[in-house]
Each structure stands twice: as C-alpha cells, then as structure tokens.
Design a protein around this ligand. Structure first.
Ligand SMILES: *Cc1c(COP(=O)(O)O)cnc(C)c1O
Length: 376
C-alpha cells in the first residue's frame, strides 16, 4: 500500500464555506457580483485595516490592476524583489514595462532597502516598486516605504503569501500604495482561486473594480474609454472566502506551531537554519523553510529526495527572477559584488511540508528524516 501523502500546503475547509455557497445558490446569486463579494471585501478590509478592497479572480489579476493604477506603461522601469514567485513581476510585463531585479537582505529574505537605494541611483525614475513578504515573513517594509516616498514612487506590496502577518502591529498588505492578497489553493486561506486588491482610498479601489468589470463608462449604452478586464471574483468563490476568513486565526496558530516544531526539532543541528523571522513583526509562517550551511555536504536536494521516498511533498525555494531565462536581459542590483543573498537562499534552501492538517506523527516522521541526513 502506498504511504499517505504529506502535503506542502493543501486547502483546509471547515463547512462554513459551504454555508455561504449554499446561500448563494438558494438566492440564485450565482452570477459574478452579489452579497458574498461585497461582504468578503468588507470583512477582509476590516480584518486587515487596509481601508478598502476589491475582490478579484486572482492575486495576479490584483497585481496587474495595481500596475495599471500605478500608471506603469510601456518602456517604464519597475523595481522588483528578485527572490519571489514569477506572478509578482509578470503583470508589469503585461504592460510592457522593464523589470529591474533587486537582491534580498539576509534578515528577512526580502527586498534589501540598501539595494533599493542603489537602484534609485542607477535608475532615478522607476514607475513602481514591488516588494514581497516572502513565505509570510514581513519585509523591512517601513524602510522600503520611506525610500519610495522620498522618491515619490508607488509601492506595490505583494502580500500574497503573508495574509495575517504583521509589521510593528500593522497588517502586511496595508503599507504600500497598493496591497495584494491571494487565495490560491495553497495559500493560508483559499477560495480555490482568487485575490484582493487593497488600498486606503475608496476611489482607488473603485477604479480597480471598474477595470475588473470591462471598464464600462457610466453611459446608458455600452461605452468604453479604457481597455477593461474580466477580473472580478464571483459570488460563489467569495462565499468560500467568507467561510475561510472565519478560520484564518486558527490557520495562523497552526502554521506558527508547525514552524516552532521544526525549529525545536532542528535546534541541535548548527548546519541547518530555519527561514528568518522579522523581530519587528509577526510572520504568518505560510511555509516553513530551512537552509543548509554553505560548507555542509548535505544538500537541499538530498533532503528533498529523502522526504520524497516517504511520499512527503517539499518544494525548492523560489528561483530568483534574475536567474530566469525569460528575464535574462534584465538588470540585477545587489549590494555586495559577487555575493547575492537571493542566490544563496535559492541554492541552500527548501520549503518543508507546512500543511496545517499535518499530524504530530507526520511532523515526527518529517523531522526524523531530516535529522537523519545530518547523522542525528
Ligand atoms: C501566489 C502568489 C502570487 C499570485 O497569486 P495568484 O492568486 O496565484 O494569482 C503572487 N505573488 C506571490 C509572491 C505569490 O506567492
């Protein structure tokens, strides 16, 4: 018999989701828009304190609209954190902007404020800056925001992985001019697929809703002065989101507990480090990651292979964007010559199973297998 699969991060449903979806069926609000969409937006805005939010079909759609609202256009330069998922930067390319990739700092693995300063020296007028809270660890977002303000450039805060994580008590996704969240299948809460664009001003979010529903002018006939998109979240999907949001705190507690369990299990292995936390904030610990010391003979691939033998899912660290074939021609800004933090994390790291349905036995098995690689 095949061993039970242990997942990296799979959806966890509770039943409340079905209640909201049933309501949508019962009232025939199956079409896009409807009470669940409005309520999900209000509930997420209240939870995060972001101001206003537009429910969309994906986090990528939210990023695309953030780029459009920030005025990103053909030929513009956009600064983006290199160590991230490609969805952080693809939407800038939809608008034919040119990404310039920035290295991470070692304290949080996120956009290095020093690299951002260097980038502004080389390219004084980017159209936007895209910062990420990778794996749910808050970036040095206060410094990043201050530098963006100094230069009068829009900050797009990709909080796709960090819903519920805070920096100095403030929710991630609420620092930038635009914040974006994702409810993709493996995120901390999921709607099967979906996203949210957040901003402080209602007019900005209203503009996002306008673009997300085909940019129809307020005229009696069908009139369009802009290119629009079909990016709105459906009322069914929003019902799942409302149900999930009721359990976000519970998901956060469990994610944080998994991280602590790994940290304790590996405390006596100096060659193995957990992904960093930001002492000025609280991560949501969406994924627990480890890195192996550079001089250690154990490789991340070896650990991943050992776990795979037990049907345990892992994932490599995101491959930095400046190393991607599709972005070969793009510039990369790092603070120290010949020493790239994003490349080191990519070379030496991996993501461990962070599914909140992992049992204590699952966790013990995972930790044992990892420990064995280090002769423990
Ligand atoms: C998941 C993710 C996205 C994209 O969100 P989707 O809802 O899948 O479109 C963007 N940025 C980061 C960092 C992500 O992890």
């Amino acid at each position: 018999m095949e061993r039970k699969r242990i997942y990296l991060a799979s959806p966890t449903m509770h039943g409340d989701e079905q209640r909201f979806v049933q309501e949508a069926f019962d009232t025939n609000w199956v079409a896009p828009l409807g009470p669940n969409v409005n309520a999900f937006e209000k509930e997420l805005a209240a939870y995060t304190g972001c101001g206003y939010a537009a429910a969309l079909s994906s986090g990528t759609a939210a990023l695309h609209l953030a780029n459009i609202l920030a005025g990103v256009k053909e030929g513009d330069i956009v600064f983006a954190q290199s160590l991230t998922f490609s969805a952080s930067v693809n939407p800038s390319c939809y608008e034919k902007a040119v990404p310039v990739f920035l290295d991470s700092e070692p304290d949080t693995w996120n956009l290095d404020p020093a690299a951002l300063r260097l980038a502004f020296e080389k390219y004084p007028h980017p159209a936007a800056v895209i910062a990420v809270h990778l794996y749910g660890t808050p970036a040095k977002i206060d410094e990043i925001r201050d530098i963006c303000r100094e230069h009068g450039v829009s900050l797009i805060e990709d909080a796709a992985e960090s819903l519920g994580a805070t920096f100095q008590g403030q929710m991630t996704g609420t620092f930038g001019d635009f914040g974006i969240y994702s409810f993709n299948g493996n995120k901390i809460i999921t709607t099967s697929g979906g996203g949210m664009l957040a901003a402080k001003e209602e007019a900005v979010v209203e503009r996002a809703r306008f673009f997300s529903t085909q940019a129809r002018d307020p005229a009696r006939h069908y009139q369009h002065s802009n290119i629009g998109y079909n990016y709105r979240m459906s009322n069914i999907v929003a019902g799942i989101g409302r149900g999930q949001l009721l359990h976000l705190e519970e998901h956060l507690e469990k994610k944080r507990a998994l991280y602590r369990q790994y940290r304790e299990a590996f405390a006596d292995i100096p060659e193995l480090s957990m992904n960093p936390m930001n002492p000025k904030g609280e991560a949501n610990n969406w994924l627990s990651c480890v890195t192996v010391a550079p001089d250690c003979p154990v490789t991340p691939v070896q650990i991943m292979d050992a776990l795979a033998e037990y049907n345990i899912e892992t994932r490599p660290i995101w491959k930095p964007m400046h190393l991607q074939p599709v972005f070969e021609a793009c510039d990369f800004i790092q603070v120290r010559d010949g020493h790239s933090v994003s490349e080191e994390v990519f070379d030496r790291g991996l993501c461990l199973p962070s599914d909140i349905k992992n049992t204590p036995e699952d966790m013990e098995l995972i930790c044992d297998i990892v420990r064995r690689q280090f002769g423990r």
